[in-house]
Design a protein around this ligand. Structure first.
Ligand SMILES: Nc1ncnc2c1ncn2[C@@H]1O[C@H](COP(=O)(O)OP(=O)(O)OP(=O)(O)O)[C@@H](O)[C@H]1O
Length: 660
């Protein structure tokens, strides 16, 4: 036993040793996500089999006790056999303890394997009883089926008993921050049905009663010995319990498993990748959908060379956090379907294998990931020695004081540290893990200006070593060190490219949206236009600009040269009393004849008749200009707007302003 435990311990130590940084094994790091390793199953079965058979041997003892003591009156044997019976009971206890110690830290899987092995032995016991007499296993089978049916019925028709019922008076306490325990209960998912203990009890005792009745009847008919009644009943009791508990455990596990991603579909690119694409970060067609089919991310494409800092921007709900989470842990996105491909240095970011020696990316969500352990353990991922020293040095670069580093490391529960120290600890750990890609979600939240400045300095240092960053941020200091920017809206990329260029355009008041040259982009375009009119009373401005944008898109898409895969660009800027909306696509110039025809359409407008998109744009705008900008066709619409703060008949003013 000791040998076996040592063996298991050695294996765990080996996993931990392999995790020694910078060689950090992802297999070791994600073990808790995926349960215990496969080799533990055999060990579990072995321990459980010995423990179960020890307990079942008590049933044989019961036969001897009844036969030799109760029926033949051999009183001295009562004490001897009773004492001997303690041995298997203690044996089972020792086995269970050894099992728990050998697989400590893998409780969930150990218990599941234990329940499965006991249920299998229960079924085996039923077969043995059937071989003695076919009727003997009826009670056992009836109890097991009854338990299973009860469980299925509850699963289908009953609601799991909540740990906390939503009652107004208690909700007030919880939401006012005066009932932390109530809050914990309200957040904790219940794992049981209120009626299951009673159903389980009914199933077990029905099985026992049937077994008693059948075995007594068989004894009366002298098919089995009277002494066997007790033993058979004990076996039935144990077996039904084991089978019911296994079924309940399986159902509970299924519910837990459903809390991971609904599906993750990796779609490696079919085309050959260029050496540049292989060397850097490549994201292709990354899409995320929720259960209702709503797209939270749509076909995200990103290609960045090593040593790039890419900022991600977008308004609340644009999909920035989902984007980072989908890159780092698509399997952990509860209830969502993830599709696409992401590779870094030609290595699939989503694949996790034991032979992968180093984590390819580290995700730093808004709230730092901290375990209920000391600051030092959280910093060095439970390693000590050199690694902890390195971690402390990195941390010192971020917090600038050895005292603070010592304070952070010495704290017994890192989750209780002040928020800025928690954030610094998470940054330092990320740098210690030394990945090729850092995914940071709002690093500025809860981080002091000093920490942010130190963080950006470190990011620039890491960048020179070829590490890349994707940072969802609104912080100026961080944005200034970005090489590229990605702007998201409604889960789609509306702009991507050189950060300096985008920053320059944004600071001059221009915004840009790039979308597929297809009418499917209409919703996104509408959302983008609407995001520019957020003041109260801006509704008419919003509606008009959205209508013109939609007609410009239709104009671009109706061209015969509009090909699948092409993109279209919109640019927007507010001015005093008007705004400019510009369409850019890859078509040839708009001809004078085209413009004239559209103008005639506007002049001869018949109420109710449908005008062409260009005529609609002209009809709704103050003026329309069509030019070539380099190789691109540009259609520029000047749209009259009103200032909602000035009051008056704004809609009327806007309409009156319109000229051809
Ligand atoms: N697990 C989920 N299941 C279903 N929808 C989700 C889930 N997580 C996020 N969403 C939805 O996805 C959209 C994008 O959310 P996300 O958190 O990525 O936005 P964000 O751009 O990071 O916003 P913020 O800046 O406010 O954090 C939101 O509409 C959100 O409600």
């Amino acid at each position: 036993m000791l040998h076996l435990r040592n063996l298991v311990q050695r294996h765990k130590t080996r996993l931990a040793a392999r995790a020694a940084l910078p060689v950090m094994s992802e297999d070791a790091m994600t073990m808790s996500d995926r349960g215990s390793p496969d080799w533990s199953r055999g060990i579990s079965y072995l321990f459980t089999a010995v423990s179960s058979l020890s307990l079942l041997s008590v049933a044989i003892l019961a036969v001897f006790l009844t036969d030799l003591v109760a029926m033949e009156g051999n009183r001295i044997l009562a004490w001897l056999l009773g004492a001997a019976g303690i041995v298997p009971v203690l044996g089972a206890l020792v086995m269970d303890m050894a099992h728990a110690r050998a697989l400590s830290g893998y409780r969930e899987n150990r218990m599941a394997n234990d329940r499965a092995a006991r249920a299998a032995i229960g079924v085996l016991a039923a077969l043995v009883l059937t071989m003695v007499h076919p009727l003997l296993a009826i009670g056992l089978a009836a109890g097991a089926v009854l338990g299973w049916l009860g469980l299925r019925g509850l699963h289908r028709f009953a609601r799991k008993e909540p740990l906390w019922d939503f009652r107004p008076s208690e909700a007030v306490s919880i939401l006012a921050g005066r009932d932390a325990y109530g809050h914990h209960l309200a957040e904790t998912e219940s794992d049981g049905y209120a009626l299951w203990p009673s159903f389980r009890q009914t199933a077990i005792w029905t099985g026992v009663v049937i077994t008693l009745a059948v075995s007594s009847w068989l004894a009366a008919k002298e098919i089995i010995s009277v002494a066997a009644i007790g033993g058979v009943t004990l076996i039935a009791l144990w077996s039904i319990t084991a089978i019911c508990d296994h079924a309940a455990g399986r159902l509970a596990r299924q519910t837990r498993v459903s809390r991971v991603a609904t599906s993750v579909e990796a779609r490696p690119p079919l085309d050959d990748l260029t050496p540049e694409q292989q060397a850097g970060l490549l994201i292709r067609n990354l899409s995320v959908e929720d259960r209702s089919g709503r797209r939270l991310l749509s076909d995200i494409h990103v290609e960045i060379p090593p040593g790039t800092i890419m900022g991600v921007r977008g308004e609340a709900g644009a999909g920035k956090s989902i984007f980072l989470a989908a890159l780092s842990d698509p399997h952990g996105m509860a209830g969502l379907s993830v599709r696409g491909f992401a590779s870094l240095n030609d290595r699939d970011l989503w694949a996790r294998r034991a032979e992968h020696e180093q984590v390819p990316c580290v995700h730093l969500p808004e709230t730092p990931i901290l375990l209920p352990a000391s600051g030092a353990e959280n910093l060095s991922c439970f390693h000590d020695g050199n690694l902890l020293d390195r971690g402390k040095r990195i941390l010192e670069q971020l917090v600038f004081a050895t005292d603070t580093v010592d304070e952070i490391c010495a704290t017994p529960d890192a989750r209780l540290l002040p928020s800025t120290q928690r954030k610094s600890l998470a940054f330092a750990r990320a740098f210690l893990l030394n990945p090729g890609l850092y995914l940071m979600d709002r690093p500025e939240d809860s981080a002091s200006d000093k920490v942010i400045r130190a963080l950006t300095a470190r990011m620039i240092q890491e960048k020179r070593l070829g590490r890349s960053f994707i940072v969802a941020t609104d912080d100026r200091t961080i944005l200034e060190c970005c090489d590229q920017l990605l702007v998201l809206q409604g889960g789609r990329v509306i702009e991507a490219g050189d950060a300096q260029e985008i920053r320059g355009r944004m600071s001059s008041g221009w915004t840009r949206m790039v979308a597929a040259r297809s009418l499917e982009s209409e919703d996104n375009l509408d959302r983008w236009i609407r995001s520019h009119f957020k003041r109260d009373g801006d509704e008419a401005n919003r509606r008009k600009a959205a209508l013109i944008a939609s007609e410009l898109l239709a104009f671009s898409c109706q061209s015969r040269s509009a090909l699948e895969g092409q993109s279209v660009t919109f640019e927007f800027k507010h001015f005093e009393g008007h705004c400019i909306l510009k369409l850019l696509d890859d078509d040839g110039p708009v001809t004078t004849a085209q413009l004239e025809r559209a103008r005639e359409e506007v002049e001869q407008q018949v109420t109710g008749s449908r005008q062409s998109p260009l005529a609609m744009v002209i009809g709704q705008s103050m003026s329309v200009e069509a030019v070539m900008e380099g190789t691109q066709r540009a259609v520029i619409a000047k749209i009259a707007t009103y200032d909602p703060r000035k009051g008056g008949n704004q809609q009327g003013n806007v309409d009156a302003d319109q000229t051809l």
